[in-house]
Design a protein around this ligand. Structure first.
Ligand code: ADP
Length: 448
C-alpha cells in the first residue's frame, strides 16, 4: 500500500534539509528522499560562508552594512540579469535566515568577504572552517531530533500530478524497485546540473573538457521532472566557472583564501588581475593566460586564519617553502619575479591601495611570514545559475507565470536569483532563505 505524507522533500542538500525541518515544525508529516548514499548533496562542499547584511553578528563586530548595498552589489555581480523581485526577497530575508540557523544551533558568527562585495558580510563558523560540513551536520542533527524520515539511495523518477494538483511521487530504490508515495505537497530541492556534462555542453559548448567541483548527484533531474509538469526555466546558459580549482583532484580552493589575503600569480611570477573581482571575471583572466592556469600564493598568516588551508595541505597539493625564492624554484617560476611581485603587493597593503589592479578589499596584511605556499589552479564548472522559475512563495511557475499547484522549489534548482554570475556566499544564503520558506508554504498547503 502506498505511504502517505503531507510533504515530500526531494534532495538532502541545504535547501531540502532546511525545508524539511521547517515543514515538520509547522506540523507536517515529512519525508526526505535522496538518490545518493549520503546526505548533504553539493552543499556539504560549500566552502566560504553565507552572505547577509544588517545581521546581529555584523553589529557585534561593528560592521556597518545595508541591505540596499547588498542588493546593489549582488545585482552588479549578476550583470543586472537577476530577477529583481526574488533578489529583494533574498536580501530582505537574509538576516532572519542567519537567526533561523542560530536558533537551530548552527551559529555563523565569524565574518569574511568574497569577490564582488565591498563589505565583510560572509558569515561562517566561529572556528573559520568550511561552512558546508558544519551546516549539513547541524541540519542533520535537527532532522534526527525530529525523527523525520530519510530515504537514501532512493531517487524520485516522477512527480505525480492529477486533477490540477500534485498527488505524490514515484520513487525508485537501490534495488530498482519502484513505488508511489502519496503527498499533498512536493518540494523540489534537487540542486543544479554542473556534474551533467551533456547538459552543460548543450547550453555552453565551450565548457566541454572543464573539470567540475560538484558531487556526482548534481545532474539536474529536478529541472527535467518539473518541465514535464509545465514549469518554465530561465537563464539556463548562465553557468559559473569558479576560478580556483585544483585540477588533479577537482578540489575547489575557497575564495576565503583570497578573502584572507592570498594573491593570484601567473607562471611568469606576476599578478595579473584584481583577485577580489567576481568569479566570472577572474576565471576569464586565468583562461587568457598562456598556460590557462595560475598559482594561489599565500603565507603563514593566511594559513593560520583559514582552516581550509590545512585541509589543502593535508590533501597533498600545496607546495611550500620557507622563503619566496625557494617556493619559486619549486614551482618553476622566476625567483626574482615572484620576490618583486610580493614586495610590490606588500607595499600596496601598506598603503591600502593597489596601484596595479585596483584590489580594494582583503588587502589584509603583507605576505611576509614564512612558510610560503602555492597551489596550482585553473577554472572548473561550479554553479548553474539557471533553473526553474518560482514566485516569492517559492511556488513553481509555468510559462504563463501561473502556479503549478502543490509544487515548490528552492536552492540551485531555481533560476533567476543570481542572474549571470553568482556571488560567493550567496548560494548558502539562497538555500536557507528559500528552503525554510518552501517548508513553510508546503506545510500550509498540506493543511488546506
Ligand atoms: P541545494 O544546494 O540547492 O540544496 P544540493 O546539491 O546541495 O542542492 O542538494 C541536492 C540533492 O538532491 C543532492 O544530494 C542530490 O543527490 C539530490 N537529488 C537530485 N536529484 C534527485 C532525485 N531525482 N531524487 C532524489 N534526490 C535527488
Amino acid at each position: 500500500a502506498p505511504q502517505n505524507y503531507d510533504v515530500v522533500v526531494i534532495g538532502s542538500g541545504g535547501a531540502g534539509l532546511a525545508a524539511a525541518i521547517q515543514a515538520c515544525d509547522e506540523g507536517a508529516h515529512v519525508v526526505i528522499i535522496e538518490k545518493m548514499p549520503t546526505i548533504g548533496g553539493n552543499t556539504i562542499k560549500a566552502s566560504v560562508g553565507m552572505n547577509a547584511a544588517e545581521t546581529r553578528f555584523q553589529k557585534l563586530k561593528g560592521i556597518e552594512d545595508s541591505k540596499e548595498l547588498f542588493y546593489e552589489e549582488t545585482l552588479k555581480g549578476g550583470k543586472f540579469k537577476n530577477n529583481p523581485i526574488l533578489l529583494r526577497e533574498f536580501v530582505e530575508l537574509a538576516p532572519e535566515a542567519i537567526e533561523w540557523l542560530a536558533s537551530h544551533e548552527i551559529e555563523l558568527n565569524d565574518i569574511t568577504i568574497t569577490g564582488g562585495m565591498s563589505i565583510d558580510r560572509t558569515h561562517r563558523p566561529a572556528d573559520r572552517s568550511a561552512v558546508g560540513g558544519f551546516l549539513i551536520s547541524g541540519l542533520v542533527k535537527n532532522v534526527n531530533k525530529r525523527n523525520i524520515d530519510v530515504l537514501l539511495e532512493t531517487s524520485v523518477a516522477e512527480i505525480l500530478f492529477e486533477n490540477d494538483t500534485v498527488t505524490g511521487v514515484k520513487v525508485v530504490d537501490e534495488y530498482n524497485d519502484s513505488r508511489i508515495l502519496n503527498a499533498k505537497s512536493v518540494i523540489v530541492a534537487t540542486g543544479g546540473f554542473s556534474a551533467n556534462r551533456e547538459m552543460v555542453v548543450k547550453y555552453r559548448p565551450e565548457l566541454d573538457g572543464f573539470v567540475t567541483t560538484n558531487h556526482k548527484g548534481a545532474t539536474g533531474s529536478g529541472i527535467a521532472m518539473l518541465q514535464k509538469l509545465g514549469a518554465d526555466t530561465v537563464d539556463m546558459g548562465e553557468i559559473q566557472i569558479h576560478p580556483t580549482v585544483e585540477q588533479t583532484t577537482s578540489y575547489l580552493i575557497s575564495e576565503s583564501i583570497r578573502g584572507g589575503g592570498a594573491i593570484l600569480v601567473s607562471q611568469e611570477g606576476k599578478r595579473f588581475f584584481n583577485e577580489m573581482e567576481t568569479r566570472d571575471k577572474v576565471s576569464a583572466e586565468i583562461i587568457a593566460l598562456p598556460e590557462k592556469s595560475a598559482w594561489v600564493i599565500f603565507d603563514e598568516q593566511v594559513r593560520l586564519n583559514n582552516k581550509a588551508a590545512d585541509e589543502y595541505i593535508g590533501r597533498g597539493f600545496v607546495v611550500s617553502a620557507p622563503f619566496p625564492n625557494e617556493l619559486a624554484l619549486k614551482i618553476n617560476m622566476d625567483q626574482d619575479a615572484l620576490q618583486q611581485t610580493l614586495a610590490r603587493y606588500n607595499q600596496f597593503v601598506e598603503q591600502q591601495h593597489d596601484d596595479d589592479f585596483g584590489r580594494a578589499t582583503a588587502l589584509r596584511h603583507p605576505l611576509n611570514h614564512g612558510p610560503f605556499y602555492a597551489i596550482r589552479i585553473a577554472p572548473g564548472v561550479h554553479h548553474t545559475m539557471g533553473g526553474v522559475t518560482i514566485n516569492t512563495d517559492t511556488a513553481v511557475l509555468d510559462s504563463h507565470k501561473q502556479v503549478i499547484d502543490g509544487v515548490w522549489a528552492a536552492g540551485e534548482v531555481v533560476g533567476g536569483i543570481h542572474g549571470a554570475n553568482r556571488i560567493g556566499g550567496n548560494a548558502v544564503a539562497d538555500i536557507i532563505i528559500f528552503g525554510t520558506l518552501a517548508g513553510r508554504r508546503a506545510a500550509a498547503h498540506a493543511r488546506r
